[in-house]
Design a protein around this ligand. Structure first.
Ligand code: T4K
Length: 374
């Protein structure tokens, strides 16, 4: 086995352990553990400043944040989403009795194709959720134009896109609102966590109340809400990692560059690249494997796993091929050729603070060797 310790995709980025433990120790002294505590408030303020948006509502995770945002926007009937994303995007609407309608992607960006979105619109459509997959901004302006034309609400699943810019502006302020994930595996992690960012003060207030069962004050419930609250322990991790976000970015950038160099001349291996005129977080190292590579995508993943490189086939096989969607919408498969093609080709490779550039060099050399196996 080449690597004695496993190299995971999604190993958490943990920056200043001492600072984190200090915040947690102070929290224990205060005996204020959750319910809009001082650390959650501070995290929200710091996020708003960093993102350049006036309102940020922190949540227990991005899935609940998507559900609350969709509800606050009065989504109903049908909502158009990509199939090529983590299953949470569709679940967040299906869970509330709304039908997710799957649109195809642009194979160059892996994000929604606005023409496909257009074809999915019916009289029942109420909104669109664009996903900034791998941290590449979805086609924000085109989707906004489609939505404006048809009177639809647009929001974004920005789970992958913290710290990313579009047109020089940080993701967080597009559409009616944007939802971030701070799950352990994400660029910026708060252990579990998420947030809704928006320019719309009224929407933010509604989301804030829905996060806490719909309570306005002690005894007055004004909305059907849920429990979407972030805990103080999670906020502490988020605060510390946000203060040190450049450390994470530097590690990811160096690893990405090492992958660019190491994978450059391997036939059949194409590294997914990012727009060099914008800021990215380089949290996902995405590779497309085609027929010119010596072995199949699945054989590559199996061979890497044998050497302790725990690559992932995100987001195989596509949400439309997972339950309940496969059973509910069996005909959708033939409408998603690009989703099917890309989902069958992609491998995500390890990066993050735990992975060093010489690990990356060895992973790339290993991939080259695997390609010569046949
Ligand atoms: N929208 C999009 C586009 C998303 O990608 C996600 C989540 C969401 C919405 C929903 O966000 P949250 O509700 O989760 O905030 C993982 C994550 O659980 C999930 O958050 C993430 N996307 C997705 C892309 O990846 P799995 O099923 O792959 O998780 P798992 O347990 O296999 O872990 C992934 C890798 O990370 C493994 O290699 C092990 C490693 N890992 C994981 C954890 C939790 C660690 O090394 N340490 C850890 O503590 O979904």
């Amino acid at each position: 086995m080449i690597f004695t310790n496993p190299l995971h995709v999604g190993r958490p980025n943990i920056t200043d352990r001492e600072a984190y433990l200090k915040l947690v120790s102070d929290m224990l002294e205060r005996r204020w553990l959750t319910n809009d505590g001082p650390l959650v408030k501070r995290f929200e303020e710091n996020l708003a400043k960093y993102l350049g948006v006036p309102h940020v509502v922190a949540m227990c995770n991005a899935t609940i944040a998507l559900e609350i945002a969709a509800r606050a926007l009065n989504f109903e009937g049908e909502v158009i989403v990509p199939s090529y994303t983590f299953v949470a995007t569709a679940h967040a609407v299906h869970w509330q009795g709304i039908t997710p309608v799957f649109a195809d992607i642009d194979p160059r960006t892996h994000c929604l194709d606005p023409d496909s979105v257009r074809r999915c619109i019916t009289p029942k459509t109420s909104g669109v959720i664009g996903v900034h997959l791998w941290g590449t901004p979805a086609p924000v302006e085109e989707l906004q134009a489609v939505c404006d034309e048809h009177g639809l609400r647009l929001m974004f699943d920005a789970a992958h896109a913290f710290g990313v810019t579009h047109g020089g502006r940080r993701i967080g302020g597009f559409g009616r609102c944007e939802v971030f994930s701070f799950h352990a595996t994400k660029f910026l992690n708060s252990i579990e966590g998420g947030a809704v960012a928006t320019h719309d003060g009224e929407l933010a207030e509604k989301i804030r109340l829905m996060r806490n069962f719909g309570f306005q004050g002690f005894d007055n419930v004004v909305y059907a809400g849920t429990n979407g609250k972030m805990t103080e322990v999670c906020a502490a991790m988020g605060i510390v990692n946000l203060e040190n976000v450049d450390q994470i970015l530097d590690a990811n950038r160096v690893n990405y560059q090492a992958y660019v160099n190491g994978l450059a001349n391997i036939p059949g291996i194409k590294l997914y690249t990012f727009n060099s005129n914008e800021q990215n977080n380089f949290q996902y190292i995405v590779v497309e494997v085609d027929d010119r590579f010596g072995v199949s995508r699945d054989e590559l993943v199996a061979a890497l796993t044998r050497e302790n490189v725990l690559a992932r086939k995100y987001f195989w096989p596509g949400t439309h091929k997972m339950e309940p969607y496969r059973r509910l919408f069996p005909w959708v498969d033939r409408l998603l050729p690009e989703t099917n093609r890309i989902a069958g080709r992609v491998v995500v490779l390890p990066t993050g603070m735990q992975v060093k550039p010489d690990d990356v060099e060895r992973i790339c050399a290993l991939i080259a060797d695997i390609g010569k196996m046949r």
